[in-house]
Design a protein. Structure first.
Length: 426
């Protein structure tokens, strides 16, 4: 592949993917700040209902992953994401305009439904544009939209809340997605063959390289066969458990920090951003070495194990030593995010293109279900126990089990690959 093509793809497509996912993440994660600074009080929401509202997004997100990936693979990721941007921006802004808690339930669920197509569609989109040796880094730059957004959103939301209140914070933070939809439509092409900025020869050479990677993969006829394979089942359970830790952390970190003595909302915003600085660094490092070595699990399970241990010791030290406990939370947050790029590079390397998108969507949908459980149960445990110890243990245990399942899943995929090779030889 010519160097000019490689450079053009990274310059043109990765910033677009990054910003798109950043805006999606902004409009799902700012609820925690709204809940911590007046939304619950103004709408007379109890801690239990607040937990349900925070997690209801993920229930909507769970149901429409596979249909979204199927549409993106067979028709157009470009069109699907365009309409999703407009709809989720409108719903996010509407959160700041309502006074009826029933409408808030509807908006949170609908926001999850609309955003459910984004992650699998973007993964399918990147798999059309980047090769095996690039995919972990491409995925990482996409998913960097998650921690980078929470980083700046934590700071900006703190100031917006302090200056304008929770209602205008939601309105202001929903508008950029609507504007970005039209920029996305203007710049993006679904596949290399549609790109006017590539020559016919460049398109042909790149498509040939992608086709070459498909050779040697076990033939999988349909989604039903793919979804029943042992690696996909194990990775689905693994991502469910992993997401419990991640989204319990994301949704309730502001509340955990704000509970410290003499902590105001602006300080909470700044401190809440710190784990995501480490997350960005670790994600880039893990994806770089994962692509260099083409080893995926070695850059997934160790980080999840570190996250589990850091959560546990943060709980053990307790609130009497806030800063030590906070540093351990920073380590836990960074370690949880580090493996995303290598993790989502696994499926396209073990399944053919006709089912890889659907399998990634299934895994991501189980992550959404884990996110629902994590954000709801962590909030429930915080309210029921009057502290954060039980939720720390819950998140640590989930991450520990996730690390173990990663090893089993990758070993199962290696065995499946060997079995396929034996049948071909026979």
């Amino acid at each position: 592949m010519k160097q000019t093509i490689a450079k053009q793809r990274w310059i043109r497509l990765i910033p677009i993917a990054f910003i798109t996912y950043s805006l999606a993440y902004l409009d799902r994660a700012n609820y925690g700040f709204g809940a911590a600074s007046g939304l619950a009080k103004d709408l007379h929401i109890t801690p239990g209902i607040s937990s349900l509202l925070g997690s209801l997004f993920f229930l909507g997100y769970f149901f429409f992953q596979v249909p979204g990936a199927t549409y993106a693979e067979r028709k157009s990721a470009k069109k699907l994401i365009f309409w999703s941007l407009i709809l989720w921006g409108g719903l996010a802004s509407a959160t700041g305009l309502i006074s009826n808690i029933k409408l808030l339930f509807v908006i949170r669920f609908a926001l999850g439904v609309v955003e459910s197509a984004v992650m699998p569609s973007m993964l399918v989109f990147l798999s059309h544009w980047f090769t095996k040796a690039e995919r972990s880094r491409a995925n990482t730059f996409l998913i960097l939209g998650n921690p980078v957004t929470v980083l700046w959103m934590s700071i900006v939301s703190g100031y917006l809340l302090n200056s304008f209140g929770w209602r205008l914070m939601f309105v202001f933070e929903g508008i950029p997605a609507i504007i970005w939809a039209f920029i996305w439509w203007k710049i993006v092409d679904d596949k290399p063959k549609n790109a006017k900025w590539l020559t016919e020869q460049e398109k042909f050479e790149f498509e040939q390289q992608l086709e070459k990677e498909q050779k040697g993969l076990k033939v999988v006829k349909n989604y039903g066969e793919a979804f029943k394979s042992k690696p996909v089942i194990l990775l689905s359970i693994q991502y469910f458990l992993w997401s419990i830790g991640v989204y319990g952390f994301v949704m309730w970190l502001p509340t955990i920090i704000k509970a410290a003595p003499n902590m105001d909302i602006v300080e909470t915003g700044w401190l809440s951003s710190v784990p995501y600085v480490l997350a960005v660094v670790l994600m880039l490092v893990a994806s770089y070495f994962s692509d260099k070595t083409l080893k995926r699990s070695a850059f997934v399970w160790p980080f999840l194990l570190i996250g589990a241990v850091a959560f546990y010791f943060s709980y053990s030290i307790g609130t009497n030593h806030f800063w030590i406990s906070f540093i351990l939370l920073v380590i836990a947050g960074g370690a949880m995010y580090a493996p995303y790029g290598p993790f989502f590079a696994i499926i396209p390397e073990i399944l053919p293109r006709n089912v890889a998108g659907g399998a990634m969507a299934l895994i991501n949908s189980m992550g959404a279900l884990g996110s629902f459980v994590g954000s709801y149960v962590v909030g429930y445990l915080n309210g029921a126990t009057g502290g954060f110890g039980a939720s720390y243990i819950f998140m640590a245990g989930s991450l520990f089990l996730s690390a173990i399942l990663t090893v089993f899943a990758v070993n199962a995929s290696k065995k499946q690959s060997k079995d396929s090779d034996i049948k071909v030889i026979a």
